[in-house]
Design a protein around this ligand. Structure first.
Ligand SMILES: NC(=O)C1=CN([C@@H]2O[C@H](COP(=O)(O)OP(=O)(O)OC[C@H]3O[C@@H](n4cnc5c(N)ncnc54)[C@H](OP(=O)(O)O)[C@@H]3O)[C@@H](O)[C@H]2O)C=CC1
Ligand SMILES: CC(=O)[C@@H](O)[C@H](O)COP(=O)(O)O
Ligand SMILES: [Mn+2]
Length: 392
């Protein structure tokens, strides 16, 4: 029986992880669950899964959760510091990082330092601090098992290939809801359009990232660190059906792909059960339902974020941290209707040009870069009319 700490149990990945745990009660136990402020769902999950701990980040919701769980054995904690502490509990086997955004960084570091296996969904962590995280994982002999579907695909393709060199990897991208659109079309798109992903149902932030292709940019950086690759070993191909989740090309030219219907429960289950595969009743892929699997080049002239992410990867240092923070502010601004779709790339580029660059950042430097970038980006949003951004 593995004890799992699910950081972000109330989100898209978190709720699907609980489904996987519920389907395999003899293998997995939800030992810790956490939410940012969704107290109602956290309470429901605690009543159903009976974890040892339920943590609510928003301290103003503590009393509500505590009262609702008063007659249970679940201990209730509050605040982000409580998450950093609870991940070190000796009974935890795996920490599933399913929180969204930069907030995932410190709990992931705390969990690695405590020697916990990491099931990594929070891609922002390796984007911001890939070198620091992978060095720490080596130092503490900790496994980082990818949950992101593309990285899980690559990881699965690499099983049994430990002695073989990777020539390159090919990350597949759906192209998002605006595939094929021109910049003029994009000037008028709304958050409602952008939130309709063609193949996946996910949290709001990653869904917008998919629409701008920033998700693929973040995944390129994530892949660099998880698989120790250089930027020119990472290709991106648009595959609108999201059936091939990614591919690895070895030095003999042979390509291995991992395929399946788009369903995050599979990579979540694979990470939790690793190295085993578990029998399940997930819907199976049928070739005749998909007479065409198609592939095309990403349009990086229109969807500028993918190119910006490659620039950040090539520049290194704290630049990926800068694009991550700028992107989080841009996406929040777009979701609240204050920033237009095209303005998001302009905002990110402006942050890349203006925030102090550091070649060898420490954790404190990342924390400061994140703060500095958010303030700068928020000021840009306040000062400049959205229309002006649209013209850049
Ligand atoms: N959804 C997907 O299919 C995929 C997601 N990922 C990655 O997984 C991560 C989670 O994504 P997803 O599940 O879609 O996101 P959601 O927005 O659906 O869920 C986010 C979770 O994190 C919690 N949370 C949000 N902000 C904070 C914070 N500041 N401090 C602590 N907890 C917080 C939320 O709590 P509350 O509910 O209270 O707000 C919620 O439990 C992201 O990094 C994403 O890129 C990767 C591949 C696929
Ligand atoms: C499910 C998952 O891993 C997402 O990251 C998904 O890949 C998003 O799709 P695109 O970014 O390819 O549109
Ligand atoms: Mn992905």
């Amino acid at each position: 029986m593995k004890n799992i700490a699910i950081l972000g149990s109330t989100g898209s990945i978190g709720t699907q992880a609980l489904e996987v745990i519920g389907e395999n009660p003899s293998l997995f136990n939800a030992y810790v669950i956490t939410a940012n402020n969704n107290a109602r769902l956290l309470i429901q999950q605690a009543l159903q899964f009976k974890p040892a701990y339920a943590v609510i980040c928003d301290e103003s919701k503590y009393a509500e959760v505590k009262q609702a769980l008063a007659k249970t054995d679940t201990k209730v904690l509050a605040g982000i510091k409580a998450i950093n502490e609870i991940v070190t509990d000796p009974k935890i086997d795996i920490v599933l990082t399913a929180m969204v955004g930069f907030a995932g960084l410190e709990p992931t570091i705390a969990a690695i330092k405590a020697g916990k296996t990491i099931a990594l969904a929070n891609k922002e962590t390796p984007v911001v601090a890939g070198e620091l995280i992978t060095d720490l994982a080596k130092q503490h002999k900790v496994k980082i098992l990818p949950v992101d579907s593309e990285h899980s695909a690559i990881y699965q393709c690499l099983v049994g290939e430990e002695n073989n060199k990777i020539e390159k990897i090919i990350l597949t991208a759906s192209g998002g809801p605006f595939r094929g659109k021109t910049a003029a079309d994009l000037a008028a798109v709304t958050r409602e359009h952008a939130l309709k992903h063609p193949n996946w149902v996910m949290g709001a932030k990653i869904t917008i990232d998919s629409a701008t292709l920033m998700n693929k940019g973040l995944e390129v950086i994530e892949a660099k660190w998880l698989f120790d690759l250089s930027a020119d070993q990472i290709d991106v191909i648009v595959h609108p059906q999201s059936i091939i989740h990614s591919l690895v090309q070895f030095e003999d030219g042979s390509i291995k792909a991992q395929m399946g219907l788009p369903d995050m429960k599979l990579p979540i289950q694979y990470a939790l059960a690793s190295p085993d595969r578990l029998k399940n009743n997930f819907k199976r892929f049928n070739f005749t339902d998909y007479p065409q699997l198609t592939f095309e080049k990403p349009d990086i002239m229109t969807f500028r974020n993918l190119g910006l992410a490659f620039d950040a990867l090539n520049k290194g240092g704290n630049m990926p941290c800068i694009i991550n923070a700028a992107n989080e502010v841009a996406v929040a601004g777009f979701l609240s209707n204050g920033v237009t779709f095209l303005a998001m790339s302009a905002l990110i580029e402006s942050c890349m040009q203006n925030i102090s660059f550091q070649t060898q950042p420490t954790l404190d430097d990342y924390l400061n870069t994140d703060k500095e970038t958010r303030i700068f980006a928020q000021n840009l949003i306040k000062q400049m009319p959205a229309k002006a951004y649209n013209l850049i």
